[in-house]
Structure formats: structure tokens, C-alpha cells
Design a protein around this ligand. Sequence first.
Ligand SMILES: [Zn+2]
Length: 341
Amino acid sequence: MEKTLEQFFYEQYKQAAGHKRTLEQYESHRYQLKQKLEALLGEFPDWDKPASEPVKETVREFEDYRQERYHVQLGNQLEVPFYVLTPLNGKAAHPSVLALHGHGYGPKQIIGLTKKGTRNLRSNAQSDYALQLVKRGCKVFAPALLGIGERIFQADAEAGRDKSCEQLAKLFLMEGRTLLGARVWETGRLIDVFSSFEDVLPLGFGIFGFSGGAAVAGFTAILDERAKAVVLAGYPSQFRDSILEIPHCLDNYLPGILQLSELPGLLGLISPRPLFIETGEKDPLFPSESAKTAIKQMEKIYLQSGSPEALQHHFHSGGHEVDGSLSYDWLARQFWKRENS
Ligand SMILES: [Zn+2]
């Protein structure tokens, strides 16, 4: 009998996902999986030059925190603007967190600023999670991601668009690399830069990412052990029900990834480090049912890694947005535990 197109592609998918290892094999292949993932994200040896010293542009003090804006030139010769929020709590050093924004107008959106840089007292879908974390005693670094908000092609900026993901993703794909890989590479180099701030406690970093920022946060955390505690909001799911089912930005796609694993098997590589997953019950882009399936698989991986309690989740009643009612305190608490252990 002839196959329908749906049957054909479903079987293709199952075959690719069939490369997925059993849980035991997955555990013994963790190191190799990470190496293969790194290669598949794309390699950037031509970018391996030292970063410049960060340059401070502005400082503003608010009632309980200081907001500074810097830029730094990374080894790829691109200038990356970033905000630093420091708690004014009298302490000489602070636990530190990277806050990675999703699509939108960039880091200002998550530090309580409007696109023009004035104070934004209304909350938005991305909420102001960087601000909420500085209020919990963390020093927060919020860099601008390549291809979004402030870091887009001039033509897109002039046309009033707020991303250049598609053009960039196509360019990287044609080079055998990926835009997601480029963002992960930059995030790693930025962690080098942020580690040199004098008032950063040597505890490693927390990472909080939402949506496209959670993809960068998740893949960075898989590959970079300096990520000691991770919150992924509006992203964890199965590829099959999210980016393969629903139209998504091209920056999500990683050629060959199903030869390695579906998304839960990859995010499981963060174990045994603490990971908190936040999902909106009504998220239309990364559906909550898919997140539930993903979490079940990841729970098995965390159990096998000997740290079942390190994986936590929260399903809130919202859509594709940050809720934070449990995740902010959870992340701050991870550092409190590390400081006192
Ligand atoms: Zn994008």
C-alpha cells in the first residue's frame, strides 16, 4: 500500500529519533554526546581571539540596585552591549546570574526598561526577570543576543524590525554552522568576561533564559560547567511538538540534531546540576503537554544521575511568558546553598 506523505515523514522522524539511545547508553555516552553536539552547533576557531576590556557606557542608581551599561568586543570582532545590575545591599561580592532575553527589543526588555531606555513599570511577556533577580541579591549580567533587538542588520532596524535571525541563520547554515551555535559561543566568551568582575563570587554562574534565550541558556549550560544552576522558561519540550510542528524562528534549527537525541535527552546533559523548567499551560509555541512528556524523560535522566531533586518544574496558568513566582526564588536559593556549603 502506498504511504501518505504524513506516514512517510512520521516514519522518517521515528527513524531519526530511533538513533536516540536507551537511557543506559545515553548515560555512558554523555561525554561523546556533548562533543558531537558542540561540533553540530558549529565550530568557530576563526573567532578565537581575546576579548577586549569591557567599556562602561552609563551608570544609573535606583533605590536598591545599580544599573550599568557596557560593551565589549569579542574575538569575532563584534561589539556586544550588556547591562549589569548590582544589588546595593552592602555586600562586597555577589552570586551572579546571566539573564538571556528572547525575541523582542533585547536586554532592556528584561531589566525594566522601555525600548527607548526609560523606566518601564508595565510588565511584558518577557517580564523583567533580570530585575527580579537583582532584587533577590544576585548580580545580573544581561547581554544582547546576536540577531535580536540592538544587534540586527541596519536595514532591518531602519524598517522597524527587531530581528535579523533568518538572514543570519541562513548564512551560518550555508557555512555548516548555526546561529544558535554562534550565540552559545558568544555566551561562553561573555562568561569569561563576566568572571573577571571583582564583585562576582567564585561560585560559577546561574543562567535564566526565556524562549529563544532559553535555547541559548540550555545549550550553553550543557557545554559549560560554569553554569551551576539553570532556569529555562518557555522552551523545554520535544522538538517534534514544538519547532517541528509549529512555525518557529529559523534560529531554533540544528541540522543533524535528531541523529544525537530529541531535546529532553540533550537538556538531560545538564544533570546532575540544578535545573528549573517553567512552562505556561497555554503556551502556543512550546506546548505544555510536550513539556510534560519532556520532563518525564528528564526525570529519568536526573534519577540516573543521582540527583532527582535537582530537577524542578512549574506549570503556570499563562501563555508564552515568564511567570517567575517560583523560579526566581529557586535560582537565588541555589546560590545561598552553595555559599553556605
Ligand atoms: Zn530568532
